[in-house]
Design a protein around this ligand. Structure first.
Ligand SMILES: [Zn+2]
Length: 446
């Protein structure tokens, strides 16, 4: 952070809690109604990118959904083993033995421990809609977890709709799961209901249940974006005691999606929770976008086209002055809350109707083009008359036209100049050259 920044975000809480990350892109992410299911090669590339970003675990899929999922989950799990990836695997399963069995089988065939994320509806609202009783849920919980633990799979017990479930129900479900051998419990804000205060409250409550059960159980937070509070909720959950946070690349997932893993990573770095090389973060976003057919909007934070781009005169002027000072930290910080260099991008100055002449000068200089007054004036006039920022092609077209005009004018001046000279001193004759173009730049004026 630039030394001149006074950081009001900084809190006195120390030490920062340690945090793990679980990537849901290849499971919850693919439940988005708008995604195209990636090919296995695309999934493998995404898995490697997750690994490169230091993400701790990846949800490889829900094998209980059918043989096509089993095939991909097995290939991905094998890649973790063969490629010696650091990332660990987990899989989703309903809290039923039929869903857990295929995870056991893949784990045994590949020789990789796969954490079993067994999920179950927990809120009275859902119980009422489904016609379930709490006793039924407790029985399913006990049987399914006992089966998974008996097969040596680590278990994360996921309660769906936790953020709308009452304390007694949560205490009954979690204490049963922990007694049955679950090593982690996951608070799922399945419908994106929580606010940051609510997220913190439910995490603190679950932490008391964990303590009542003897402690030593990890708490996961799984958030959704329905109220557009996912990142804030996830950070609040971390501060309240969650130790693993879920997210998906570019926020894809059910309905409007999961907590965006990309923005979460950037926030965790900027807030000092983790240190991480994020130079491949945009590649990760773009790979998931290309593989799923979900476009990255231009104004999407960090990976969007406009994330580090300005065409506004005042903003651009400040950034340009920072460039002139050759102060990398200042360039990154003067008009951006996220340093572009953190994600291997850079500030981009464009030219549009809101621009000043300094935008044009800078635009030309960055391309190694001399910024003559005439050229600047022409591009500036074009930008002021345009409804949008000039595209690279438009600006270049304007530059080429201006250059063409300049050359023609120069040609006319040269001709006039030769006509005014004595015939015997014509440069064509004196230079002894008959090649016309050589006259233009080589001829001196009186
Ligand atoms: Zn979810």
């Amino acid at each position: 952070m630039h030394p001149l920044i006074y950081d009001w975000n900084r809190t006195t809480e120390t030490p920062r809690p340690s945090v793990m990350l679980d990537d849901e892109t290849l499971r919850d992410g693919l439940q988005s109604p708008s995604v195209r299911c990636p090919s296995i090669d695309e999934k493998l590339r995404i898995l490697h990118l997750m690994d490169g970003l230091g993400i701790d675990t990846a949800d490889l899929g829900l094998p209980g959904a059918g043989p096509h999922v089993v095939r991909d989950v097995e290939r991905l799990a094998r890649e973790i083993v063969d490629g010696r990836l650091r990332i660990q695997a987990n899989c989703a399963a309903r809290t039923v033995i039929a869903d857990i069995k295929p995870i056991v089988e893949v784990s045994q065939r590949v020789g990789l421990p796969i954490e079993c994320g067994t999920f179950i509806g927990s809120s009275p609202l859902r119980q009422y809609a489904e016609g379930w009783s709490l006793d039924q849920l407790l029985k399913l919980t006990e049987d399914a977890i006992a089966f998974a633990v008996g097969e040596n799979l680590p278990v994360m017990y996921v309660t769906e709709d936790t953020t709308r479930a009452d304390p007694d129900t949560l205490r009954a479900l979690y204490s049963t799961a922990i007694r049955a051998g679950a090593k982690r419990v996951c608070i799922a804000d399945t419908v994106g209901h929580a606010t940051p205060a609510g997220a913190a409250a439910v995490v603190r409550f679950v932490a008391t249940i964990v303590e009542e059960c003897g402690g030593g159980i990890g708490i996961d937070w799984h958030g959704h974006r329905d109220r557009d509070l996912a990142i804030a909720n996830t950070i609040a959950a971390l501060d309240a005691g969650a130790t693993r946070l879920h997210g998906a690349a570019i926020g894809i997932g059910e309905r409007v999606g999961n907590t965006p893993m990309d923005a979460l990573l950037v926030n965790l770095v900027l807030m000092g929770y983790i240190e991480r090389d994020l130079s491949a973060l945009c590649e990760y976003c773009e790979a998931v976008s290309a593989a799923t057919g979900v476009p990255i909007p231009p104004n999407y934070p960090i990976a969007g086209r406009d994330a580090f781009r300005t065409a506004t005169g005042v903003h651009a002027a400040a950034v340009i002055k920072a460039f002139r000072k050759k102060d990398a930290g200042l360039i990154d910080a003067v008009y951006s809350g996220v340093p572009a260099s953190l994600v291997a991008r850079e500030q981009q100055i464009d030219v549009g109707p809101m621009s000043g002449k300094s935008n044009v000068v800078f635009w030309l200089e960055r391309r190694g083009i001399a910024a003559s007054d005439a050229l600047v004036d022409r591009i500036f006039a074009k930008a002021k008359g345009s409804a949008t920022v000039l595209t690279e092609q438009k600006a270049e077209g304007r530059r080429q036209k201006a250059e063409g005009r300049r050359q023609k004018a120069e040609g006319r001046r040269q001709k006039a100049s030769y006509c005014g000279r004595p015939a015997g001193r014509s440069p064509r004759r004196s230079a002894g050259q008959g090649v016309k173009p050589r006259m233009w730049p080589g001829t001196t004026r009186n």
